[in-house]
Structures are given as C-alpha cells and as structure tokens.
Design a protein around this ligand. Structure first.
Ligand SMILES: NC(=O)c1ccc[n+]([C@@H]2O[C@H](COP(=O)([O-])OP(=O)(O)OC[C@H]3O[C@@H](n4cnc5c(N)ncnc54)[C@H](OP(=O)(O)O)[C@@H]3O)[C@@H](O)[C@H]2O)c1
Length: 316
C-alpha cells in the first residue's frame, strides 16, 4: 500500500478513529484527511459531497457514528437510527461517486440477532430478531453493511465491513450516563477508591459473558484490511475469548486498587447472557489480536488518570 495515498478517517477524534489515526501515523501513512464534526457535519449530504469533490480521498475509513450504551440507545432511538444512517449513507454514496478505491465500514456486534448461536458467525446476520434495546443503532449499522455489500456486488469495489466486539482503550467515554460497561466500571471503582474504598454497585447479576478488544488491536485490524484485499464483505473482529462481567469487575478492581465491596444490583437488567464473536475468518487471513485484557485495562486506567476532567461528557 502506497503510504502517500489520501486516507479520510471519518470520526478521527473518537476512540476508534483516534486509534486508527495514531496507528496509521506510526506506520508512516502521512496523507491523512481529518475533519472534526464542527468542521464537517457528516449528516449533511451536500457538505459531504462538496468535501469529497474538493479533497478526492482515495481511501475512506468510516469510524464516525453516534455511539452509546444501553441507556442512551433506549432513551434516544431516533438519533441512533437516523443520524447513523445519514452519516454512513453520505460517506458511502460520496465515496462511490468519487471512485474511492477502498472503503472500510465499522459497525458492531449488535448487528447480530439477540438469540443467535454463540460464538457469533458472520452468516448469522439477518437470521432473527435484534436485541430491542439497541435495535435502532443495529438497524442503521446493518443498512451500512448492506450498502457496502451491494456496491461490492454491483461494481466490484473494495468496500469491506468490520464488526468489532466491545472495545475499550484511550479516549473511551467515561460518562456514566452514556458509557459502555468497561469504562463505566473503571470510573466507578476509581471514584469509590478515592472516597475511601466505599462499596461499588454494579448492574445485574455479574453472570453474563462478554468479550473485550483493546482499541489499538482493532486499529491494527483496520490497517490489515487496508493493506490487503479481503475476499468477503463482512468480518468479525475480536479476541475470541470472553469472561463473566463479575470476572471483568474483579480484574478492573485489582488494576484500580479498590479494596471495598462489590454489590450486584439484580433489579437491573443483565442483557444477553453471552456475546462472543467467531473470529475464525480474520484469523484464517492472518490477523490476530495482541493485547491481553489485563494489560489493556492497565493502559486504559493510566489514560483515564492522565486525562481526568478531560474525558468526554457526552451530550445527547
Ligand atoms: N466503542 C465501542 O465499544 C465500539 C464497539 C464496536 C464498534 N464500534 C464502532 O466504532 C465506531 C466509532 O466508535 P467510537 O467508540 O470511536 O465512537 P466515539 O468515540 O463516540 O467517536 C465517534 C466519532 O464520530 C464523529 N461524529 C459523530 N457524529 C458526527 C457527525 N455528525 N459529523 C462528523 N463526525 C461525527 C465524532 O466526531 P467529533 O469528535 O469531531 O465530534 C467522533 O469523533 C462506530 O461505528 C462504532 O459502531 C465501537
């Protein structure tokens, strides 16, 4: 891959986009096109088309989205559906019009049916009903996957979708109203430690099983996809290993150094009992994650400590 190629990273200030930007820069990619949402609102079709006509990117990585946890998805269904479709539709159509060589679309494991067999294989897409709490977001992402697949099928362009498992790392969202489980736990354990090791209350029973991928590993998967022509339209990206939420909590508690009690609030929902990606397709092509969960949590906690007061407070 020519390292001078013009690569537009949509959403480069987000957790995923920032890791992709950093990884590409470290590998010598020097022609990155980067715009904040305040400079380029990707929901606005006309603005996006004009931007593409002027800048003529050769590669587009779509890491821009309205992202959030269960609470946010449940309370704000319309923006999770509509804004995500607007963002991705504008990027996909503008890329097709401008003959962009490679388009990498990022979605998430929530595209798969709620009760799909585990581990989740790519072919389970659209075989059953979605998890209702985030179906709005999932539906938007499914239309993105399908738009890229349709372009691939009809025009033969190299448009690929990557579905990461739960991600965590630097630049994560630590706002307790909108964050995912892992960063929320880091913040809760940290604040409980600061308050004299008071008990930490966590949602549910602690028994559901989840998989977590350090965001720099995802960035490596994106670079792998950039540098290779992958034969299929959809790939899962994860570690292939899961653990219970209780084990996760204990790991984070140990990293943070909280010595108080963990209280499980069983009146709160657990969500899906297990969610693990089948990543055999990416493994067969030669990509595998490198960062172990405990190491990733240590890096993330270090980032949290260095950026306290600076981390995102997400407005909805
Ligand atoms: N976080 C996870 O655990 C996870 C897991 C699986 C998949 N993913 C996928 O990874 C992608 C990125 O997630 P993330 O966690 O990095 O999200 P994030 O930290 O919230 O970042 C999202 C980015 O999207 C940009 N954006 C949002 N609305 C925009 C708009 N209207 N115009 C232009 N830019 C806009 C934001 O730009 P500004 O900062 O400039 O406002 C921000 O940089 C999503 O597709 C998500 O599905 C994430």
């Amino acid at each position: 891959m020519d390292k001078q190629r013009k690569i537009f990273i949509a959403g480069h200030r987000g957790m995923v986009g920032e890791a992709i930007k950093r990884t590409l820069q470290q590998k010598g990619y020097s022609n990155l096109l980067l715009k904040k949402s305040s400079e380029l609102d990707l929901r606005d079709q006309r603005t996006v088309y004009t931007f593409f006509e002027k800048e003529e990117p050769q590669v587009v990585i779509d890491a821009a989205a309205r992202v959030g946890g269960i609470l946010a998805n449940n309370d704000y269904p319309y923006p999770f559906l509509m804004e995500n479709m607007q963002i991705q539709n504008n990027l996909i159509e503008a890329s097709l019009r401008q003959d962009v060589d490679k388009f990498i679309f990022l979605g998430s494991s929530c595209i798969y049916p709620k009760l799909a067999p585990q581990p989740l294989k790519e072919e389970y897409l659209l075989t059953d009903s979605l998890e209702p709490t985030n179906e709005w977001y999932a539906l938007a992402k499914i239309t993105g996957v399908k738009a890229c697949q349709a372009i691939r099928k009809q025009f033969g362009n190299d448009y690929v979708s990557l579905m990461p498992t739960n991600l965590y790392g630097a630049n994560d969202n630590f706002d307790l109203q909108t964050s995912h489980v892992l960063p929320a736990m880091i913040r809760k354990f940290h604040e409980a430690k600061e308050n004299g090791h008071v008990p930490v209350t966590l949602w549910g029973s602690g028994t559901p099983m989840r998989e977590f991928l350090y965001v720099d590993d995802l960035a490596e998967a994106v670079v792998f996809t950039l540098e290779n022509t992958l034969p299929e339209y959809l790939y899962n990206v994860g570690t292939g290993e899961d653990l219970t939420i209780k084990q996760l909590a204990e790991t984070i508690q140990a990293v943070v150094g909280h010595q108080g009690e963990i209280v499980w609030d069983r009146s709160k929902p657990d969500g899906t009992p297990r969610k693990l990606m089948d990543i055999s397709k990416m493994h067969a092509l030669g990509w595998k994650h490198q960062i172990k969960l405990k190491d990733g949590i240590e890096h993330t906690y270090k980032w949290f400590l260095e950026n306290q007061g600076n981390y995102k407070e997400v407005k909805l």
